[in-house]
Ligand binder design. Structure first.
Ligand code: ZN
Length: 509
């Protein structure tokens, strides 16, 4: 769409849009770098109605002027998008597990520790070259934001970080994160690239043939496999998990095809298959035997026709937009206990009865010590199921198993994709915001405030270790989970929490 101010707009500013325009280079072609010559221009990037490029320019005489677009060569930006097309739109996995939520937070945390652990920084540096737009600066001053795949969305995270050499520019953007659907981002970028290759002013430039080649090769022969490699392994080539996935797929495809059905568009994966989604957060150390078992069990829960279950009436997909997933998990569990009329009459939540009432199957499987702690499966044609990995150390005792079930129940209720499907594996590689929300949900489900009042006469700072042990036994939760939960609910201070955790570690289990 051509705008009045001469920009071409690709996408919808309320979700995701890129505005581009070519402008005559004030310094002429001779001063331009070989790799960008002829592409002087301006661009704006919109997310959820915000223009991330809005900035103030301060001049030598201290006068300042606000601008709504980045002014620089367009070639570096266009080239970066074209060259990184597959990882930009498909790589969900971080180089190493992190407790941080957004890509930008995770990267800045690694950056801060760089001098302590330079070995860990190397893979993150390579990762940033694919996801941090500043890697497309090539000398320009551009806002600080990151793009990466997150399930069926593209996570965009931004903030204000001064760029070396960019002291005169201050971007107005506050720290933030948004999750437009992958279609919105991919289609907008797709059209921007198509527009660029058709610009006569760019076509006779020395850098154009390579760029045009990169635009063409973003789809075509073998691209689906490449996108899946990026999704599963964060790699352009078959890495550990992709190899296991490929073997299992060729064995299982005939019998259980629907588990491998991806929803593809011309130049990207709109939705990964159930199998790919599960592999996306598995540990690279899982054995191929356990991975195969996981897919076989999932396939066995898939049906040809829709499945109805009581849990459906409580299902409410909620993307994590809250900056505090922990609080949200507490809230969701509190509402669920009320809505499902599940608040225990006694001192103990009967999980078996609750799940039977919801028509959710709970199965135990041996999925490896490196396998997921639990798995949540549901969808229009998938029997709602929670798998407990009995090989996982957290599931050795009943309180740990109960916590796993509560955690997976949160995924079944709230972590559905746009196909209303969930095939989630709970591992340190899974998106941390949904993991933290599910942990909070489990804690509040098993230990609602009413139950704590009933099982502990004095849950405050003067609580004794014997009271903790007694209450944990009655609620059938772990002692450490109870102590942390009391602190998170504000019943005890962090100092009391630490004292109790110390005391409990000195006692026999
Ligand atoms: Zn999980």
């Amino acid at each position: 769409m051509r705008l009045d101010d001469g920009f071409e707009r690709f996408g919808d500013i309320h979700s995701f849009a890129l505005d581009l325009r070519l402008v005559e280079d004030p310094d002429g072609d001779n001063a331009a770098p070989h790799a960008s010559v002829g592409s002087w221009g301006e661009w704006r990037l919109w997310v959820n109605g915000y223009n991330l490029c809005l900035h103030d320019l301060t001049f030598d005489d201290d006068q300042s002027r606000s601008k709504d677009a980045v002014t620089w060569y367009l070639a570096p930006l266009l080239r970066w998008v074209a060259n990184n097309w597959a990882p930009l739109l498909h790589e969900e996995r971080f180089p190493t597990p992190t407790r941080h939520h957004s890509a930008r937070d995770a990267y800045l945390a690694v950056l801060a520790r760089r001098s302590l652990d330079s070995g860990a920084f190397v893979p993150w540096q390579a990762w940033a070259s694919r996801h941090s737009i500043r890697c497309a600066a090539e000398g320009g001053v551009i806002p600080d934001f990151f793009l990466r795949r997150l399930e069926d969305t593209i996570e965009i995270s931004w903030g204000d970080r001064v760029q070396p050499g960019g002291d005169a520019v201050s971007f107005r953007l506050e720290t933030g994160v948004a999750h437009p659907p992958v279609e919105a981002v991919a289609e907008a970028l797709d059209r921007a690239l198509e527009w660029a290759v058709l610009q006569p002013a760019l076509q006779d430039r020395p850098w154009f043939p390579d760029f045009s080649q990169a635009v063409t090769s973003r789809s075509g022969e073998g691209s689906v496999d490449r996108w899946i490699n990026w999704f599963i392994d964060g790699s352009a080539v078959d890495d550990k998990l992709s190899k296991i996935y490929g073997c299992i797929k060729s064995e299982m495809r005939v019998k259980s095809s629907s588990i491998f059905d991806v929803m593809r568009r011309n130049t990207y994966l709109a939705s990964p298959s159930p199998a790919v989604a599960m592999f996306g957060s598995l540990s690279p150390n899982i054995s191929s035997k356990a991975a195969r078992r996981l897919l076989e069990v999932t396939a066995s829960r898939m049906a040809d026709s829709p499945i109805k279950a009581t849990i459906d009436q409580f299902v409410e997909p909620r993307p994590v937009v809250d900056r505090s997933p922990w609080d949200e998990g507490y809230r969701l569990a509190t509402y669920f206990l009320e809505d499902a009329d599940a608040l225990p009459k006694g001192n103990h939540l009967d999980l078996d009865a609750l799940l039977a009432g919801l028509e959710v199957k709970v199965d135990e499987e041996r999925l490896d010590g490196d396998g997921p702690r639990g798995v949540a499966l549901a969808g229009e044609k998938i029997q709602p199921t929670i798998l407990i990995n009995t090989d996982h150390s957290a599931n050795r005792y009943s309180p740990g198993r109960r916590f796993t079930i509560g955690h997976e129940l949160c995924h079944l209720l709230h972590d559905r994709n746009r196909a209303k499907r969930v095939t989630h594996t709970s591992t340190p590689w899974a998106p941390q915001e949904i993991e933290q929300r599910a942990n909070a949900f489990a804690a509040m489900l098993l230990m609602p405030a009413e139950l704590i009042r009933r099982t502990m006469s004095e849950p405050g700072d003067r609580v004794t270790i014997d009271a903790i042990i007694g209450a944990a036994r009655q609620m059938e939760v772990s002692r450490t989970a109870l102590i942390r939960h009391l602190a998170n609910m504000g019943e005890i201070t962090d100092a009391t929490r630490d004292r109790l955790l110390d005391e409990i570690s000195e006692r026999a289990p």
